[in-house]
Write a protein that binds this ligand. Structure first.
Ligand SMILES: Cc1cc2nc3c(=O)[nH]c(=O)nc-3n(C[C@H](O)[C@H](O)[C@H](O)COP(=O)(O)OP(=O)(O)OC[C@H]3O[C@@H](n4cnc5c(N)ncnc54)[C@H](O)[C@@H]3O)c2cc1C
Length: 497
């Protein structure tokens, strides 16, 4: 007998959806184009990761000018979460309503925070989040405390926390999905951008997928790349899969697309047919549009007379300028530590000779400014001649520049006088979202508020592509919460007993 549900992708959306659906007893097959990431020396080798791009997929995308680039978008079981910084933040309550930014007004969500709150709590349990709700005035209300106490600051980060506090900033602990002792047992590195091979990081493979696969009705097929969806009328009738050089069509009454914001949009566009000439689920012409990815700037705050003795560094944040701080009081964004930047990482990212990179990295502390990118229909993913084209048009740049300037000032006052900064490049769309957005109106959105495609009765899209806004917090926990919520709906409505 064939499956009841096909899930395409085993990342944050797909694995969490599978975990939510597993207790239903339905036969669920997860199709994942990547393989499991096995332990290897490169997993903790910064030069392999940052200089040689060891884990990058062997594929090229095109930018708006037609230039080819190798994207920082990973294809392993667990998806991009294998490499993520494991910051598991909730959107702030205000993010769900329209907000006036320096770069325009966001549309708001078709659901409010209260609707998602129970699923945020469940997602925090599933992903074993370590945090402390105290200390951050923007922290939304919660029905349950964090499951575990926060990851401790290292002494140099504790000093920075105090120095920010002396400036009146409200520093809090980053909510993190990492078992610190287990992580450090494999090697003395940070976890941000380093893949987990030990189960220490709460990524989609270790948490949600492991939970789903405890159920005998759930199975995972790796090395299975979906190349297109087949549809007739309002139903997806099959999924064309390439595996070990062969193509086959798999069928199920319910299909859930969870390939990530770029690849899900690309798959829908690649599935154009005579009946659906603009691609699947695309009567609104919104598939691939509204691509967002946060404006991110990393900072190396240098003091030749101080040393940074940290190993992981990534434990604090502040949101004092999250909802205010702009020229007219508009939001600017979030500030959080980067994972520890070492010499080889700085050499890879900034193109410095290794000796200089080592010196700077040892005498600097490392932090990041993150601002909201607003939905713009012209910012989009396209599919041309079998290739992804990513035309990302950054928005709200003035707000980000202001946040960067304020943070630089705060770093200098904290005793780190020389602040070098660099925007994250467009080739690393790590916080990609928005390309199949949710909404009540089929004319302006791709999926309904329950994540079912407006145009198709058995297609759900459950990944970062459905986010109508990017907010200015890391996206994963919101993707997980939406997936758990979608699982309830699919179990209830799409699959009658
Ligand atoms: C270096 C890095 C650091 C990050 N840090 C954070 C952080 O600290 N906190 C945070 O919240 N977020 C972070 N993110 C972002 C986070 O990883 C993503 O937001 C999240 O993984 C998105 O979930 P998703 O389900 O949309 O996509 P993914 O998790 O990427 O899952 C998509 C899956 O679909 C598979 N797939 C794609 N195409 C196909 C196909 N055709 N057929 C079959 N399978 C397919 C992929 O291989 C992948 O497994 C980070 C990302 C990166 C790269």
């Amino acid at each position: 007998m064939g499956p009841d549900i096909l899930i395409i992708g085993s990342g944050m959306g797909g694995a969490t959806l599978a975990a939510g659906l597993a207790p239903s007893g339905r036969r669920i097959v997860i199709l994942e184009r990547g393989e499991r990431l096995e332990d290897c020396a490169e997993a903790r080798d910064p030069a392999a990761i940052f200089q040689r791009g060891h884990f990058r997929p062997k594929e090229m995308w095109l930018d708006a000018e037609g230039r080819a680039f190798n994207p920082g978008n990973y294809a392993f079981v667990g998806g991009n979460t294998k490499f993520y910084g494991a910051v598991l933040l909730r959107y702030r309550e205000a993010d769900f309503a329209p907000l006036r930014h320096m770069g325009g007004v966001t549309p708001g969500w078709p659901i409010g925070y209260a609707e998602l709150e129970p699923f945020y709590s469940r997602a925090e349990t599933l992903y074993r989040v370590r945090g402390d709700a105290a200390g951050d005035p923007t922290e939304p209300w919660r029905s349950a405390p964090y499951p575990f106490a926060p990851v401790p600051d290292e002494p140099d980060v504790a000093a920075l926390r105090r120095a920010f506090g002396a400036q009146g900033l409200h520093v809090s602990s980053l909510p993190l999905g990492v078992d610190l002792q287990a992580w450090l047992a494999r090697g003395a590195t940070t976890w941000d951008a380093f893949p987990d091979t030990t189960g220490a990081k709460s990524d989609a493979e270790n948490c949600a997928l492991a939970e789903a696969l405890r159920h005998p009705n759930v199975s995972l097929v790796t090395g299975a790349r979906v190349v297109r969806l087949l549809a007739e009328g309002r139903r997806v009738t099959g999924v064309e899969v390439e595996r070990a050089g062969r193509r086959e069509v798999m069928r199920a009454p319910v299909v859930c697309l969870c390939a990530g914001a770029v690849m899900s949009a690309a798959l829908l566009l690649a599935s154009a047919s005579a009946e659906h000439p603009e691609g699947l689920a695309n009567r609104s012409d919104q598939v691939g549009r509204n691509f967002m990815n946060h404006n991110l700037t990393g900072m190396v705050a240098w003091n030749p007379f101080r040393r940074n003795r940290t190993v992981y560094e990534k434990t604090i944040q502040f949101n004092d300028w999250y909802l205010t701080g702009g020229l007219g009081g508009e939001p600017l964004g979030n500030v959080q530590m980067l994972g520890r930047i070492t010499g080889p990482i700085l050499a890879g990212e900034a193109g410095l000779p290794l000796w200089l990179a080592r010196h700077v990295a040892e005498h600097s502390i490392h932090i990041m400014a993150m601002s909201e990118d607003l939905p713009d229909p012209a910012s989009r993913v396209m599919w041309k001649d079998g290739q992804v084209v990513l035309d990302w048009r950054r928005t709200n740049v003035a707000a980000h520049d202001l946040l960067v300037a304020k943070l630089k000032r705060a770093m200098r006052r904290a005793g780190w006088p020389i602040v070098l900064s660099k925007g994250f490049p467009k080739s690393k769309p790590s916080h990609q979202c928005g390309t199949a957005r949710m909404g009540a109106d089929p004319a302006t959105s791709v999926v309904d508020p329950g994540l079912k495609a407006h145009d198709l009765d058995n297609l759900y899209i459950v990944d970062a592509s459905v986010l109508p806004t990017s907010a200015a917090v890391n996206p994963s926990l919101t993707v997980a919460a939406l997936a758990l919520r979608a699982a309830e709906r699919i179990g209830r409505e799409a699959l009658p007993a």
